[in-house]
Write a protein that binds this ligand. Structure first.
Ligand SMILES: *Cc1c(COP(=O)(O)O)cnc(C)c1O
Length: 356
């Protein structure tokens, strides 16, 4: 017997979502962002599923990038934070992997490394987010330095937006970035998923959708379905026990839920050690026996409880959708005070992944 929990990954929905994102940008090149193991979906499998349509892939780890090359992926592969040490610069050249260059110490590695071939560089600009990148006024000098290095090919200038998903938009950052981007003569890349869907002036030459590939909306006020996206990830687990409660009975740790009247509950084989958020409030939606229901009590490490009072058909062995096509991940995220990104990325390795 295996523990009855699984996360199902739908590659045809992923392909639909890639094309849906590209449709927004009238033919711009689109790098599929597959960092964080493709937001929990499996980066190699997702890259292979998109191999005949994606213009390229963006991720963080050189090891994952090399795995894509070794699996036969031919497209551009870009490391979004560039090399983390000198040895990675050499591996980038060996495996034809490009990367963001955001700081002078990375340029020193490029200069000092003995590179077996050319390295593609994306010059990263800090236009206001203040995580990574050169300031706009440093672009000319930095670009000159990069262009003096024989083995370095600087193809693209990039930045990243802090509020493309909310009402504050991209205006201030775009104003800081656009003039230096245009003056650089390089290909321009700025748009994440939110900017792909909402800020067409930032589409430039290459866009970088992430979350929308996985069917989830970047916007707080709408779900992915409203953007024409399909669900790529379904987390489900089965009921392994039921309990009949009397009025006044409590459920789980902390006595966080007290029954107001007699009710029946189901115990589901999914907990926070699987990646379901412990902080998800009483009443977080689930789907079971073709009906919506909700969690009761605090999520435990390996189990959670749901209300079955109105669901006589649900019993031991019934499958409970925790998020998926019937329970939007955005709803669960809202009940946990977080975003779909975090839930997808938090799926634990112990949860078996199945392709559907
Ligand atoms: C993660 C990331 C993206 C994709 O962001 P989404 O909001 O998931 O579309 C794009 N660019 C960079 C630099 C990133 O780190």
């Amino acid at each position: 017997m295996t523990r009855p929990i699984r996360v199902e990954i739908n590659h045809s929905a992923l392909r639909h979502n890639y094309l849906q994102s590209r449709k927004q940008t009238s033919g711009r090149r689109a790098l599929a962002v597959i960092k964080a193991d493709a937001y929990g979906h499996g980066s190699l499998g997702c890259a292979q599923a998109l191999a005949d349509m994606a213009d390229g892939f963006a991720l963080l780890n050189i090891e994952d990038a090399i795995a894509l090359r070794q699996a036969g992926i031919q497209q551009d592969i870009i490391l979004l934070e560039g090399p983390f040490d000198r040895a990675e610069v050499e591996a980038m050249a060996t495996y034809r992997i490009g990367g963001a260059i955001h700081s002078p110490h990375q340029i020193a590695w490029l200069r000092e490394g003995s590179l077996p071939g050319p390295v593609e560089v994306w010059l990263k600009i800090n236009s206001g987010m203040n995580r990574l990148g050169f300031r706009p006024e440093q672009v000319a000098a930095t670009l000159a330095r990069l262009q003096s290095l024989p083995q370095v090919h600087t193809s693209t200038i990039m930045t990243h937006f802090a509020t493309a998903d909310d009402a504050r938009g991209v205006a201030a950052q775009w104003q800081a970035f656009a003039p230096v981007a245009a003056a650089s003569g390089l290909a321009v890349s700025a748009a994440n998923s939110a900017a792909v869907f909402r800020h067409p002036q930032t589409h430039g030459d290459v866009v970088r959708p992430g979350i929308t590939l996985y069917g989830c909306s970047p916007f707080a006020e709408c779900h992915g379905a409203a953007l024409g996206l399909q669900t790529t990830m379904t987390l489900s687990a089965d009921i392994i026990a039921t309990q009949q409660l009397q009025a006044g009975d409590t459920v789980g740790y902390g006595l966080n839920f007290r029954a107001e009247h007699a009710m029946r509950i189901g115990i589901v084989a999914c907990g926070y050690a699987d990646g379901y958020p412990r902080i998800a409030a009483n009443g977080t939606p689930v789907m079971v026996a073709d009906q919506r229901s909700a969690t009761v009590g605090r999520v435990s490490m390996d189990m959670l409880a749901i209300d079955l009072s109105h669901l006589p058909a649900a019993d031991i062995g019934s499958r409970v959708e925790l998020w998926g096509p019937n329970v939007a991940i955005e709803e669960v995220a809202a009940a946990a005070g977080t975003i779909g990104y975090e839930l997808m990325c938090a799926i634990a390795p112990r949860v078996p992944r199945q392709l559907i």
